[in-house]
Design a protein around this ligand. Structure first.
Ligand code: PHE
Length: 343
């Protein structure tokens, strides 16, 4: 009996090691361990044995059963590892699907492009505080606290003690604070481009309480209006396209004299007037020759130096170029990917 059992064990393990797949292993399991399998067949001979023989054979059969179970399990995991190794194989030379990469936010793109147009002609990009003293945002720009011009720059004031000389703290309503800051930082020649967040308490489809402006400032000896006009036309051609020109309209700002509103010709009719633009021109933003009092406040002698400044909205300028008709500009600040992914 002992020999029969050993032979059965050897046969079973030999077959199991040869098995190539799960199906074959399942078949072998039934063949040896199943209810009418070979092991159970052997137990049928037990009734003829003496009690001692029964115990001995019983023990041997149990061990054999365990060995076969173990062999089945080991072979099963070997076979399935081989299969998954086959599935994981891939061809490294095969062209693959490109991972999706995001892109810069519309406003970041606008800021970078606008700076680079000005940097090409020697402007230096700077950044000045967005939480600013009254002096830099208003008073030093020729807008005393009682002056009605302040109404155009409705502001958020910060609830902190006022500075004895510089006054209250405000969130910058425009980037013109950069004019005085730049005059304090360096002596002329000055060619500054200051791009920053601005804040005014407005919230509707064309206004957000936070927006961006880019402020240009050029100061040197002998700077006049033709320089201002030349720079605007340079910007029009390099940012908007080769047939684009600017036009100046008289206006009023406290910190420039004379002051102008700058228009750019319509991309469709180039200034003739059409159904889209009506007059042929569209408004870009404010500008003017730096007021002598502002030069003085910046520590410069207006009898020696002159300059011009302009401050335009980043969002507005960028949207005007792309020809986007954004009915509502608020999504620019809402980080909704359904909006952002369209650009
Ligand atoms: N600061 C003005 C505004 O916010 C624009 C401006 C800048 C006008 C510089 C003249 C000179 O509208």
């Amino acid at each position: 009996m002992a020999e029969k059992i050993i032979n059965l064990k050897n046969e079973a393990i030999g077959n199991i090691l040869e098995a190539k797949d799960e199906k074959e292993l399942e078949r072998l399991k039934i063949l040896y361990l199943g209810r009418s399998g070979k092991i159970n067949q052997l137990t049928k001979e037990f009734p003829h044995f003496s009690p001692e023989e029964k115990i001995k054979a019983g023990r041997q059969l149990n061990e054999t059963k365990k060995a076969i179970e173990e062999a089945l399990e080991n072979q099963l995991s070997a076979v399935s590892n081989q299969l998954s190794a086959k599935e994981e194989w891939f061809d490294v030379t095969e062209p693959s699907i490109k991972p999706k990469i995001g892109h810069l936010h519309l406003l970041t793109e606008a800021i970078r492009e606008i700076s680079s147009v000005f940097e090409k002609i020697g402007f230096v990009r700077v950044r000045y505080p967005e939480v600013e003293w009254d002096w830099y945002a208003f008073e030093g720009l020729n807008m005393p606290s009682t002056h009605p011009a302040r109404d155009d720059f409705e502001s958020f004031f910060v609830d902190t003690p006022a500075h004895p000389k510089l006054g209250r703290m405000t969130l910058t309503p425009h980037t013109s604070n950069g004019q005085l800051r730049e005059m304090e930082r360096i002596k002329p020649p000055i060619r500054m481009i200051n791009i920053a967040r601005c804040h005014r308490p407005n919230w509707d489809i064309t206004h957000t309480p936070t927006f961006h402006q880019f402020e240009g400032l050029v100061i040197d000896k002998g700077i006049n209006i033709s320089h201002l006009k030349g720079i605007f036309d340079y910007f029009a051609v390099n940012f908007f396209g080769k047939d684009r020109r600017t036009r100046l309209r008289p206006f009023h700002f406290q910190f420039t004299e004379p002051s102008f509103e700058v228009d750019i010709n319509c991309p469709l009719c180039l200034g003739k007037g059409c159904r889209t633009c009506k007059s042929g021109w569209m408004e870009l933003g404010g500008s003017g020759m730096v007021h002598p009092r502002v030069l003085e406040n910046g520590g410069l002698d207006p009898n020696i130096y002159s300059g011009f400044a302009f401050g335009w909205g980043v969002e507005r300028t960028y949207i005007m170029r792309s020809g986007l008709k954004l009915g509502d500009i608020r999504p620019l600040y809402e980080s909704d990917l359904r909006f952002i992914n369209q650009f």
